[in-house]
Write a protein that binds this ligand. Sequence first.
Ligand code: ASP
Length: 309
Amino acid sequence: MVTLATQPRRLEHVLSSDQFDRGLLEDVFARADALAGRRDTRLAGRIMATLFYEPSTRTRLSFESAMLRLGGAVIGTEAAREFSSAIKGETLEDTIRMVSQYADVIVLRHDQAGAAARAAAVASVAVVNAGDGPGEHPTQALLDLYTIRSELGSADGVHIAFCGDLRFGRTVHSLAQLLRLHEGVRMTFVAPEVVQVGSDLQARLAAAGVPFRLTDRLDEVISTVDVVYQTRVQKERFTDLDDFEAARRSIRIDRAVMRALPRRAIVMHPLPRVDEIATEVDEDPRAAYFRQARNGVAIRMAVLDLLLG
Ligand code: ASP
């Protein structure tokens, strides 16, 4: 068994990136380093419920893999809107009250921002926000930050270009908040107006003194960035198809863009990709997105250990 310093429990739920400070981040990353690639029995007898009202591949399976690797057990439902009592009209709150009786932690993905906080308000066990509509996706941000640190050595001083759907892309919202805890970070938000980053996040970054700018031209900044964080246009969140079409034609990373990217920079993407990164980029050593996805298991082991260990 891996031995880690025992610390008082500092997390009851994981709902937002806002909950993390540098000390807690170091704790998560130290646990992830210690647990990566291991099998352990530290969560034997504990049960994790995955309740997914929106599709997922990586988040659900990496959480399940993480729990099994720690000796715990997994129950759950995907397509919870159809396959749970939601279809009979049960409220999220009632469902959570019930699932709290069956599991020690609930990993929830939902289509409404704020759903995880609503769940935590009535849950008698830990709740993890695994994506709440256009809101946040804090465990993705943890694995993204872990990736930046392992690829570049440190997140301090990085210039990151967030590209694509910055309005609905919850992973962007969560990662920008974690990066604001780092020294000397600069952010450029590269998107057409219709999916540019919201005023809330801009206000929070300004209040934290983080220098950032908005543009729709990646070519203006590509040669100065350390990280390109590309995202999918979140088709499912648009009510206006013209807006979606306008957004869909936005920034695409291909071989020509890679030629202008510095040699030591990396390209990240939370996945799934549609066509916003050409497959010809995959062979480039700077394409970090599959390595990034691999970090999900170790980070989620660390999060479960922190919540239940
Ligand atoms: N998988 C990520 C999320 O759940 C990104 C995406 O869906 O585009 O937010």
